[in-house]
Structures are given as structure tokens and as C-alpha cells.
Design a protein around this ligand. Structure first.
Ligand SMILES: [Ca+2]
Length: 209
């Protein structure tokens, strides 16, 4: 499966669709400018390895991250799926950790809601339900290429509450992140709900470090 910090990965369908497991690799890099990582996805008996494009990993948004960067998940050109629960366990390697999500969805939109990062029942991720406005009250938002139809708080497709993050960035990803205090060696439970409202071309990436 995996080495280093990522100890468990699984996702389950919210409404009875197919489920799959996702494995991820950890790469230690000197700086965000040279992040290189691959993601291995196992669905049934078929295993494929997908390289996260360097343009998605290396830009002015990811430049705020350094040290050991772990890819939790990378989805590329996936079909429509309903709100689905994603969960990961991450062992911190620093006293300050940033989790960053990168979204691109050319023909349609991603819906993202109920992000949670917990350690011993303590919630470290603020406004994971996207119920507060403006977005930048709790999140660092970055759109390095000025993609159109970029992410915003919306009532279009919520998983809970009245709002979610609704992102149809065309051609390039936009980025959403928060930085929180962590204890080296301690395990953090990361969960969120994600829906794809359209087919390719799209991508969804979560990195942490
Ligand atoms: Ca919500």
C-alpha cells in the first residue's frame, strides 16, 4: 500500500454506487517547486498509476507549502458521482500543517462540503461546512491562472446546511487551503464529502504537509 504518513485511505458511496479504494504515495521534497508524486488507484482487479501534472503541483498557490508533501487523493477525468465520503488518516511531520485542495471541472462543477480534520475529537478545520461568508474568512483561496467559473460558496449543491463549495474552474485548477497547528507523530483524521456533477475534463487533488 503506502509508505510514510498516510496510513489508511478509503471512500464509500453515499447513495449505493460503486466503491473503490485509493492508495497514495508520499514524497519528500526540498520545496514545493519540485513536488513530484504519483497516485496509485486500485479499483477491483485493475491498478493504474496516475502522475499528478507538475503544473497542478508547482505554482504560486502551492509555493506556501514546503517539506514533506503527501498526496491524499488525485482524481482525474472521473465520471459523474454523487456526494461521496472520503476519509484519510495522516500522521503529522511538522508543528504546522497545511492541507490544500485543487479543483478543475471544465464542463460542469465539483461540490465540496463538510471538510473535517480532527485529532482526539478536537476540530482543527474551520468552517468545513462552508456556511460562513466570505470564503476568505477561514480559507486561503488562490486562482493562479485566473480560471473562469472558479470556486465559491454556493447553495446549488449542499451536503449539509445551506451552502457548499461549488467549483467549475475551466482549464486550470484553483486552490483552497487552511494551515493548522499539529503535533509531530500524532494522527489526524481527515474527512470530506465530494460530488462530481460532470464528466471529463476534471481533476481533484488534496495535498498535505
Ligand atoms: Ca454545508
Amino acid at each position: 500500500m503506502i509508505a510514510g504518513c498516510l496510513t489508511a485511505v478509503f471512500l464509500t458511496s453515499h447513495s449505493g454506487g460503486s466503491s473503490s479504494s485509493v492508495d497514495s504515495s508520499t514524497t519528500t521534497v526540498p520545496s514545493a517547486s519540485s513536488i513530484a508524486t504519483t497516485l496509485t488507484t486500485t479499483t477491483g482487479s485493475t491498478t493504474t498509476t496516475v502522475m499528478v501534472p507538475s503544473s497542478v503541483l508547482n505554482n504560486t498557490c502551492t509555493a506556501i507549502m514546503s517539506g514533506t508533501i503527501t498526496t491524499l487523493v488525485y482524481l482525474s477525468d472521473v465520471a459523474i458521482f454523487p456526494y461521496t465520503y472520503f476519509q484519510y488518516l495522516y500522521v503529522a511531520t511538522s508543528t504546522s500543517t497545511t492541507m490544500m485542495l485543487a479543483l478543475r471541472q471544465d464542463p460542469s462543477y465539483w461540490c465540496l462540503d463538510d471538510i473535517s480534520v480532527t485529532n482526539n475529537s478536537s476540530q482543527l478545520w474551520q468552517d468545513g461546512g462552508f456556511e460562513q461568508s466570505p470564503l476568505t474568512q477561514y480559507y486561503t483561496y488562490c486562482n493562479p491562472n485566473g480560471a473562469s467559473a472558479s470556486g465559491s460558496i454556493s447553495a446549488t449543491c449542499t451536503h449539509s446546511g445551506s451552502y457548499s463549495f461549488y467549483d467549475g474552474s475551466v482549464g486550470y485548477s484553483d486552490y483552497l487551503s487552511q494551515t493548522f497547528t499539529t503535533v509531530v507523530g500524532s494522527t489526524y483524521n481527515i474527512t470530506f464529502w465530494l460530488q462530481s456533477m460532470g464528466g471529463p475534463a476534471n481533476s481533484f487533488l488534496v495535498i498535505i504537509g
